[in-house]
Write a protein that binds this ligand. Structure first.
Ligand SMILES: [Zn+2]
Length: 601
């Protein structure tokens, strides 16, 4: 393909501010009994910014009207908004949806058992996600048009899509950020919209709509999975294991439309060439649809596929193909650009039309996607064999809670962890069973595991769109070791989802004070609880020794002294309540507390 992939057609200046439905889409007629977005929203798509509750209303309405759609929730945001996704496929597939899903999982669970011929009869699974950055709002509007198109559309083209794909349509990855943005633009626009960028509508105050409630960029959280939105999304991803993942964004308003592939020298080397080849095969389908409306676009000249915590790259390390869309942003309803006035409706139309290109490509290349997905997992043992690191030992001796959180993170990504069956010595440190966890390299997620655990210090291309380093044991601050061999005799059975534990109170009921060591992740949380209860704890600023039980023990600086008798005349907490509280904190916050009956310097 021509690396520039520039469309030579001149944009004809489509600048209408409404999208009149039904749109004229080649080969598609629309069933008039299915509600158009404006019937439910109260406004035409593109004429104002649609709030998240209106998006939910429309998705619920179509799920009730169409036997092609079911609607599910997969998470709730910090502010209590619903994260929804529609499963869109042919009614015949819906009748056997669990069997269809199980068939799809067999591609990664038992790839050796799935023959090429079987792939011909299987639908592929595609995850279509929109507007993870809340103020890149056009994607979500396009998802409304997409749902209408798939629910109301009739004709051979629609039938082919419905029969041969299961689409997970996730209209808004970041509802809290979207509403923060949408309420700003809708609330600061006059009856007549202006394109003047000095206008109030065009100038969102900090923190803008990009991030979620706690200002996390959710499009960097696909790997760390720290936020409720990401937790639900990653669970949904692994529940279905799609062969394709769309991530629709917006970029600077003077640009045109970008779809991947990105800059070739900035692909993560752990991503197999087959993923990149499929992204190239899919690109002409996006180009063709944009040509059909004479919209300009480009590819390969910006953005990269390096950080596995971004949506468009996350898919690439799962036998799936992640594709990034970037539409020039109008931000508000219309905005002045160096190419003239850009409207929201124009950007919504581009997002929708290019997504139709995705569907064209998925139908045409379906067996290529399925075959690639199966082969990706079939070759996982080979990839593990070629890797000189045969596994990782994660120590639970220090920073136990953080180490357990790292293991939880890996387990969320479908990575198997094993307990130690017998003691193992590494660098003169002996680990007894219970003191470390083994993560073997040879497992279906071997490429992802390598991609998140390895320490990379040299790069083919020193320029990056964003994150270039994230080695998870370093990010969590835990001790881990790369293993050159993992004899089976050392590995216990695979662990269930790791629960945080390891808190304790040593030495029975204190008479003078309790001592809490400052070496556990949730020690600050416990300290807040202690202070909230009316206790005035003391901070030790030098190492000291104290008698615990009958033994003298050493303590580091930073240890918190929790006195049994409160000098504060207003304190009401009883000694029994303190005993109970210490036991509770050890349980809930996994902190280590020691009884002290008398102490000395
Ligand atoms: Zn973005």
């Amino acid at each position: 393909m021509n690396p520039l992939l520039f469309c030579l057609l001149i944009s004809m200046g489509w600048a209408e501010q409404t999208i009149d439905l039904p749109m004229k889409i080649r080969g598609v007629r629309y069933n008039s009994s299915i509600s158009k977005p404006e019937d439910i929203l109260g406004h035409k798509v593109g004429t104002r910014h649609t709030r998240t509750d209106q998006v939910v209303d429309y998705f619920e309405a179509l799920a009730s009207q169409s036997n092609r759609i079911i609607l599910n929730d997969h998470a709730k945001t910090h502010e209590g908004r619903r994260l929804i996704h529609a499963i869109v496929t042919h009614p015949d597939n819906h009748k056997n949806l669990e069997a269809v899903r199980q068939g799809n999982l067999s591609l990664s669970d038992h790839p050796e058992k799935v023959k090429d011929l079987q792939l011909n009869d299987m639908p592929m699974v595609a995850y279509l996600g929109f507007s993870i950055h809340g103020d890149e709002a056009s994607g979500t509007e396009a998802s409304l048009l997409l749902l209408y198109h798939l629910a109301a559309g009739m004709g051979n083209e629609i039938d082919e899509i419905l029969k041969h794909t299961v689409l997970i349509v996730d209209p808004m990855f970041n509802p809290d950020g979207r509403d923060r943005f949408v309420n700003w633009v809708n609330g600061n626009r006059g009856l007549i919209a202006t394109s003047d960028i000095q206008d109030r509508e065009h100038n969102q105050p900090w923190p803008r709509g990009r991030t979620n409630h706690y200002l996390f960029d959710l499009n960097r959280d696909w790997m760390p999975v720290t936020q409720p939105e990401s937790n639900g999304r990653i669970k949904l991803f692994h529940h279905w294991r799609p062969q394709f993942l769309l991530d629709a964004h917006e970029m600077g308003s003077n640009a045109t439309f970008f779809f991947q592939p990105g800059i070739p020298s900035r692909n993560n080397p752990n991503t197999p060439q087959g993923t990149i080849d499929l992204a190239y095969k899919l690109a002409p389908y996006h180009a063709k649809r944009l040509d059909s409306i004479q919209s300009m676009y480009y590819s390969q000249q910006s953005y990269d596929d390096f950080y596995y915590g971004k949506g468009s790259t996350f898919g690439d390390i799962h036998g799936s193909v992640g594709i990034l869309f970037e539409q020039a942003s109008s931000r508000s309803l219309e905005t002045e650009t160096n190419q003239g006035r850009l409207t929201y409706a124009f950007s919504v139309r581009n997002q929708f039309i290019t997504t139709l290109g995705t569907l064209d490509g998925l139908v045409a290349l379906r067996t290529d996607f399925l075959k690639y997905h199966r082969d990706f997992y079939a070759t996982a043992p080979d990839a593990a064999r070629k890797n000189s690191v045969k596994g990782y030992l994660i120590s639970l001796k220090q920073n136990r809670t953080r180490a357990q959180m790292l293991i939880q993170n890996l387990q969320k990504h479908r990575i198997r962890a094993h307990g130690l069956k017998k003691s193992m010595t590494i660098n003169q440190v002996k680990y007894q069973p219970g003191e470390a966890v083994i993560i073997p390299s040879n497992q279906p997620q071997t490429r992802f595991l390598k991609g998140v655990m390895e320490r990379v210090t040299t790069f083919e291309d020193s320029l990056f769109y964003d994150v270039s380093a994230w080695t998870l044991p370093l990010a969590y601050g835990v001790d881990s070791h790369e293993l050159k061999q993992v004899p089976k005799s050392y590995m216990g059975p695979a662990l269930p989802y790791m629960e945080l534990d390891g808190g304790h109170v040593i030495g029975g009921k204190a008479t003078a004070a309790y001592l809490m060591t400052w070496d556990r992740y949730y020690a600050p949380k416990s300290l807040y609880s202690i202070m909230d209860a009316g206790i005035r704890p003391r901070l030790t600023t030098a190492p000291f020794s104290a008698t615990v039980g009958e033994k003298s023990m050493q303590f580091d600086r930073g240890t918190i002294v929790i006195p049994m008798i409160q000098r504060d005349a207003d304190a009401t907490i009883s000694q029994d309540e303190i005993h109970t509280m210490m036991a509770d904190l050890a349980k809930t916050d996994h902190v280590r507390i020691k009884e002290c009956s008398k102490n000395r310097k």
